[in-house]
Design a protein around this ligand. Sequence first.
Ligand SMILES: NC(=O)c1ccc[n+]([C@@H]2O[C@H](COP(=O)([O-])OP(=O)(O)OC[C@H]3O[C@@H](n4cnc5c(N)ncnc54)[C@H](O)[C@@H]3O)[C@@H](O)[C@H]2O)c1
Length: 247
Amino acid sequence: MRYGNLDGKVAIVTGSARGIGKASAQLLAEAGATAIITDINIEGARTAAREFASAGLKAGAFHLDVSSEASVKETLAEVYETYKSIDILVNNAGILDPAVSIPEMTQEKWDRMLAVNLRGMQFCSQHALPYMTKKPGGKIVNIASQAGQLGGFLAGVHYTAAKGGIIAVSKAYARYCAQFQINVNCICPGFMLTDMTRDRNDDPQIVPLKRLGTALDVAKAVYFLATDFSDYITGATIDINGGFYLR
Ligand SMILES: NC(=O)c1ccc[n+]([C@@H]2O[C@H](COP(=O)([O-])OP(=O)(O)OC[C@H]3O[C@@H](n4cnc5c(N)ncnc54)[C@H](O)[C@@H]3O)[C@@H](O)[C@H]2O)c1
């Protein structure tokens, strides 16, 4: 393959025991990368890594709680010690707190959401950079949401704040990381059918393409942004929403 080959690259995907993270890790591994499956659910991560290995893909599983800076530092050090490189970071781990209306918001709910969905990407990126800057060509991909663009009518204001924050912080990282030839981009998925949203029974008819998105739909964009296909793209926000939100 002339472009898009990830042979020899080490790709960390946070929250990749299932869903969008797992689908992304799989596409990166199919392109040749060693997929580092990290999740707070270590059993799920190990199961995913075993599945990948039995399909002939290179994968490792590590416990990671993105809301804990200590866990982030420890896991990144362990991954680097094991694989001697970190080339790609996909900040995907996230939680959804079923729509909490503004009057119902509590400090506890707000802080937990921001700790996982926004602070997580900050500390994973900050602490991955000393490893990633050892050579040019690194890629950081951040998973935000159309909730951060639209005000999050199906998610709480705390989820909206975190996802809007990811869009903004991705641009700050893009500016900073350009000096290292590291690209940083952001993806805003729309109505995707995953374990996170299954109980919500979203109506596909509200989406112009008349279907809900899949984890694979997002993974394809992650792959594009994690490879040399995107070498001259940085600070961008890519919408994967079936045409629901047109900017
Ligand atoms: N599904 C959607 O419709 C949708 C839409 C827009 C954005 N997103 C975003 O995409 C990302 C993935 O969503 P998904 O639908 O695959 O969700 P999911 O719930 O299926 O998967 C999320 C994964 O993150 C892990 N995780 C949760 N907290 C963690 C923590 N503190 N540290 C490490 N891992 C943790 C979970 O164990 C799980 O494996 C999330 O950031 C989500 O906000 C999803």
